[in-house]
Ligand binder design. Structure first.
Ligand SMILES: NC(=O)c1ccc[n+]([C@@H]2O[C@H](COP(=O)([O-])OP(=O)(O)OC[C@H]3O[C@@H](n4cnc5c(N)ncnc54)[C@H](O)[C@@H]3O)[C@@H](O)[C@H]2O)c1
Ligand SMILES: [Zn+2]
Length: 353
């Protein structure tokens, strides 16, 4: 079991607890009588006993899928909360993957100008990434996550037992982000030296599954360390976007269909590392280790057949890009990345193996 704290202001903190079986002891953390559960149709079917702990009228079920992470679903949740007379002191519990977490979190941040929020993430990605750090939101017709708020959950209760029902594809997708954490660990300035990269490199993929609780603890600690130092993405937090300018371009070019986000991140890591090698920032030995780590999880196996100029054009449209200049995070030493301004296009082209 691990407890990680993020101090969100002088008086409040966001407490992240990673513990097998924690969802069995909910009443230690939440006044269930005063809580609203927001979940989706899939989780409601998979975990009826968990859902039935909540008053039936206070269970709000949304449709399953990224395409429902929209304003219509926000309105639906808000109406259900208000219809069932939510009060200022009530809690919204987000139960699900990143989609349920982001949208329920957003609703908690605006209903009655903000009520208590608890996150209970159920995908590996949500456990390691999306439930931590206070970003909430939904997609608009202009793009993903373009509306939202910064709003921290008072508690993030991570129960790895929920992973038993998660499929391989979702597992693999999260591994892309976990490798990203391994590559930014030193830059995150976290207090402990976890050496996540070596940990992942030394173990077989089945051993990694057995040690998933530890991996969640480390990933959550790395993210929390970054967020603690930069809550609103003014500086350090940008390192969490390592490999993401590449990844967003691949996701757009594949219409968000052929490639999952985590797979796109894995390709992004591969190319950003090639850039680091070409710029003379990292040596061949580290580069080879990165590639074999990505390979081990069956990530980024092919040569992408997008046109290189199209990739670069889409990279320029990434919302994190300023003045059409491509600024990229590049590995500079083992487990460290740095932001480079205005990288020349031929160099980016050369990185796209
Ligand atoms: N807020 C942030 O900081 C942040 C960070 C990263 C990603 N995100 C967002 O997170 C979303 C992606 O999250 P995700 O990958 O968890 O997707 P998701 O929420 O769509 O979940 C993936 C699928 O797994 C199912 N599922 C969830 N838990 C399960 C379980 N225990 N067993 C079986 N099936 C289960 C879901 O119903 C869904 O079909 C995106 O919308 C992304 O924008 C947010
Ligand atoms: Zn990501």
């Amino acid at each position: 079991m691990k407890e990680i704290l993020i101090k969100t202001n002088d008086i409040h903190e966001s407490k992240i607890i990673v513990k097998k079986g924690i969802s069995q002891n909910l009443s230690e953390y939440i006044n269930i009588e005063k809580a609203f559960l927001v979940t989706n149709t899939t989780l409601k079917k998979l975990y009826p006993d968990f859902v039935s702990k909540f008053n039936k009228k206070r269970v709000i079920t949304i449709k399953d899928g990224e395409k429902y992470k929209n304003k219509k679903t926000v309105d639906y949740i808000l109406n259900e909360l208000l219809k069932n007379k939510i009060e200022r002191k009530d809690t919204v519990v987000a139960f699900g993957g990143g989609v349920a977490g982001d949208i329920a979190g957003y609703c908690a941040s605006i209903v009655l100008r903000g009520v208590n929020l608890v996150q209970i993430p159920t995908t590996l990605l949500a456990m390691c990434d999306s439930s931590i750090g206070g970003k909430t939101g939904y997609n608009t017709k202009y793009g993903k996550n373009l509306a939202g708020s910064f709003y921290f959950a008072s508690n993030v209760l991570i129960d790895p037992c929920f992973l038993e029902t998660l499929n391989e594809k979702e597992y693999k997708c999260a591994m892309g982000e976990i490798i990203k954490y391994a590559m930014i660990e030193k830059s995150s300035k976290c207090e402990e030296d976890y050496n996540l990269f070596e940990f992942l490199s030394e173990k077989s993929s089945s051993q990694i599954k057995d040690e998933i609780e530890r991996i969640i603890e480390i990933s959550a600690s790395i993210k929390a360390s970054v967020v603690q130092k930069d809550k609103f993405e003014g500086g350090l937090r940008k390192i969490l976007n390592f490999a993401h300018t590449y990844a967003h371009s691949f996701e757009v070019l594949s219409n968000y269909k052929k490639m999952t986000h985590g797979e796109a991140v894995a390709y992004g890591i591969k190319y950003a590392s090639k850039l680091g090698l070409d710029l003379g920032k990292i040596n061949k030995e580290y580069y080879d280790k990165i590639i074999s780590l990505i390979d081990k999880f069956g990530l980024a196996p092919n040569k992408l057949n997008f046109n290189k100029k199209d990739i670069i054009e889409k990279m320029k449209q990434d919302k994190k890009v300023q003045d059409k200049k491509i600024n990229l995070l590049v590995p500079v030493r083992s487990f460290e990345v740095e932001l480079f301004d205005n990288i020349e296009e031929p160099l980016i082209e050369a990185s796209l193996l």
